[in-house]
Design a protein around this ligand. Sequence first.
Ligand code: ATP
Length: 237
Amino acid sequence: MAAVEVKNLVKHYGSIEAVKGVSFTIDKGEIFGLIGPNGAGKTTVLRIIATLLQITSGAAKILDYDVEKQPNEIRRFISYLPEDAGAYKTLTGKAYLQFIANFFDVKKTQEMVQKGIEIADLDERINDKVDTYSKGMKRRLLVGRTLMTNPKLAILDEPTSGLDVVNAQEVRRIIKNTAKQGAAVLLSSHNMLEVEYLCDRISLIAEGKIVEEGKPDALMKKYDANNIEEVFTKVVQ
Ligand code: ATP
């Protein structure tokens, strides 16, 4: 059974056709990247998989659960990091993780918080209020919040956005570890260079349609390109 199975997904916002028949599957333990320019439809697809948006037509299943018919079951084992996520500024980083962990299995609260603290890796600053954090520190806290619940599917919208090189590398390492432990990861990025390192498989999306899909190495070979940016340019030309 695939972790994610998306078939002919279509999403309209009024007269805007944001997603025009997208299909893909993701296996357990696989990191799958949806790559494309601004406005391509990446966030829309991610929000549908995260059970937050209604589908216009088509279907999406997570571990065989239907996103439209069984959203509550799905929400128990997925975790979603929005691109513009925020944390409660008046709480400390640790109190924020505790607050979120309380929504899950009570017996596992402390274990989750500990994992979140380790992933965020903010040392003693975890005890400071979130509104004193830099952008990168906030993002690290949110990545900790997203992955501390041991999701079977992590949905990460631009996970390294706003992070400097060192922080971005650390977050990529954490994402790789998450997949190694068996979780499926669906992420979006317009940083085409980072996905070469991070993703097992990618889909290039432009104007709501998948224009190419495959393993980064295989795509670079197919298009005789040095990197995915070059592949993308060749595909959309
Ligand atoms: P970015 O990289 O800039 O975040 P994206 O690939 O994630 O872009 P989406 O945010 O999914 O793209 O947007 C796809 C299209 O749908 C765009 O034309 C956008 O303007 C439109 N859109 C997104 N959300 C809404 C909304 N709530 N109402 C109307 N149109 C929307």
